[in-house]
Design a protein around this ligand. Sequence first.
Ligand code: AKB
Length: 318
Amino acid sequence: MNLKETILVTGACGQIGTELVKALRQKYGKDSVIATDIREVTDALCADGPYFKLDVLDRYELEKLAINLGVTHIYHLAAVLSANGEKNPLGSWDLNMKSLLNVLEVARAENLKQVFWPSSIAVFGPDAPKELCGQDAPTLPTTVYGISKIAGEHWCRYYNEQYGLDIRSIRYPGLISYSAQAGGGTTDYAVDIFHQALKSGQYQCFLSEETRLPMMYMPDAVRATLELMDAPNENITIRSSYNLAGLSFNPAELAATITNQLPDFEISYQPDARQQIANSWPGSIDDTQAKKDWNWKPEYDVYSMTTDMLQHLAVAYN
Ligand code: AKB
């Protein structure tokens, strides 16, 4: 990206958006990154640079904004996640799919330079390998969120092949961050647990203790996104979405790491409907292609992630 270019981010006040907008503004300057979200701007971050209230289902408004502001790149993050998606399957399908198609159409019509769109490990279903699930493993998702992500991946590839749109995507694992709460996913326990550990010293987990899932600390996820978007076009061999690995652990292992640092912390388990979703996902991911194509390498392990989370959140709770 060069100086005259402008990025528009949808879903900017969500879990990824909060961090990604900050990183993009640091990299490209705050006036080059336009944050948008359906919410009225309430937090300082989204106000720290250009912000527009935008319903990305309104293609006319999206296109108008893109034209008027000279947008060259879109990071389309607005979405309903897996657990919330099951509460309203058709509404979630509409939001996840129509918004993506709006972004792709605006990008095609306005000849935008690049689009980023997040996919998820939720594209995999029970028939995919549980460990080191590969890039080309079967994708038979059980959730409407997963169905929308795999369909979205096909649309991304289609727009790349048919129209030459430079769209890039990552299958994010569960993301863990201290600055934004997780928003309605199956991996949310791995964020909630830190807040409760510091607030009350106890956590009742909605997944069973042995439920191993792929996760990633947000600084790694943000860096991965920037590195993928910076990679030379000819290196990008996956135009659906890249598998990406960071951490893999179960609730008992995460709790043990927290107890190492907060000896009085206690965890109990009461699995709910999210357990079934978690059971359908792989426990770890093979990201050979991301390593090969754009040199992906995670930095955080469970211990360093836990230490960093507790340090940052302790400031908020003290
Ligand atoms: C969710 O749990 O739905 C998300 C995801 C893995 O995409 N965090």
